[in-house]
Design a protein around this ligand. Structure first.
Ligand code: C2E
Ligand code: CA
Ligand code: CA
Length: 293
């Protein structure tokens, strides 16, 4: 069982010396940054840009509940570029709006196919990441509705992942948009929870169903008492507010077991599965109806 993460999913892409240099967007010169952002525009819609899906596991049953869609870009010349590098560039030049709407459609179509091939019927969810630019764009909600009906999934199967920073940047706009989405049944997840704002009052203000505990806390919780206390507090807080809690970056069976004992609802991380291509996800869920740990 301990070996699970080693055999499941795509191995991490091996960085060349050049892609390693691109680990952080701030290392890029302005000209290079603009070039990369322009290259992305041409790459979107080709096989250079695609999605991988990382399963999320129900910690009390060991069953797969859904996936997070994660964007990948294998640049024609530069090879793999991390989303941590290219997403901020797309946010800066506005291309993120096109990229997000492509990702939502692609991910929901994939969800429909995955369920069909693995024998599920509107039981799994797909969680898609959005940036603040998406929320500011005209017709965001209508676009999401259109994509949902086109892909024939239920709104309940769609989760929108956003960060605290996004919410605080344009609170009124975001509140209205999210409320509409939530009313129609979509889940609203706060990504990287615990890393953003010190004030927790926003948890009341916005319609939020799910808190995703950031990987930095999970990573340290078994070696650092303060991280363990923070994880416990985040789980308690989420429960009091009737939200679901997902732990990110679960890499070991010990972390998974501890999180289950603490009452965390779901987990996502290399211990269970790495982000995978659609065909591998189908195989994975056929072979892993339930994961014991
Ligand atoms: P994120 O939303 O926090 O996504 C989780 C990241 O953690 C992913 O990195 C995932 O591959 C990685 N991860 C998952 N499990 C583990 C684990 O057990 N250990 C470790 N060390 N890492 C784990 P990735 O795919 O490189 O994405 C990085 C970030 O780029 C994402 O962080 C998200 O902020 C952004 N991103 C990725 N795809 C999209 C997208 O389609 N739209 C937007 N707006 N942002 C995206
Ligand atoms: Ca995310
Ligand atoms: Ca995250």
């Amino acid at each position: 069982m301990l070996e699970r993460s080693k055999i499941v999913g795509d191995p991490p892409v091996i960085n060349t010396a050049e892609t390693l240099e691109l680990s952080y967007a701030e290392d890029l010169g302005a000209v290079e940054a603009i070039k990369i952002a322009n290259d992305f525009e041409a790459a979107l819609g080709t096989e250079e840009v695609f999605l991988q899906y990382q399963p999320m596991i129900d910690l009390s049953t060991g069953k797969i509940k859904g996936f997070e869609a994660l964007m990948r870009w294998i640049h024609g010349e530069k090879g793999f570029i991390s989303p941590d590098v290219f997403i901020p560039l797309l946010e800066d030049n506005g291309m993120i709006v096109k990229a997000s709407s492509w990702a939502l459609e692609e991910a929901l179509m994939a969800l429909k196919r995955i369920e069909g091939k693995a024998g599920y019927d509107k039981e799994l969810f797909m969680s898609v990441n959005f940036s603040s630019r998406d929320f500011a764009a005209d017709g965001f909600v209508e676009g999401v509705y259109d994509t949902i009906s086109k892909s024939e999934v239920d709104a309940e199967q769609v989760h929108l992942e956003i960060t605290e920073r996004l919410l605080m940047g344009q609170p009124e706009n975001a509140k209205e948009t999210l409320s509409e989405c939530q009313k129609s049944g979509m889940g609203i997840s706060i990504d990287d929870f615990g890393t953003g704002y010190s004030s927790l009052s926003y948890l009341h203000y916005f319609p939020i169903n799910i808190l995703k505990i950031d990987r930095s806390f999970v990573m340290e919780m078994l070696s650092k008492d303060s991280s363990m206390e923070l994880v416990k507090s985040m789980i308690g807080l989420g429960k009091n507010l009737k939200m679901k809690i997902i732990a990110e970056g679960v890499e070991t069976i010990e972390e998974a077991q501890k999180l289950r004992d603490l009452g965390c609802d779901m987990a996502q991380g290399y211990y269970f599965a790495r982000p995978m291509k659609e065909e591998d996800v189908i195989e994975f869920i056929k072979e892993n109806r339930q994961i014991d740990f």
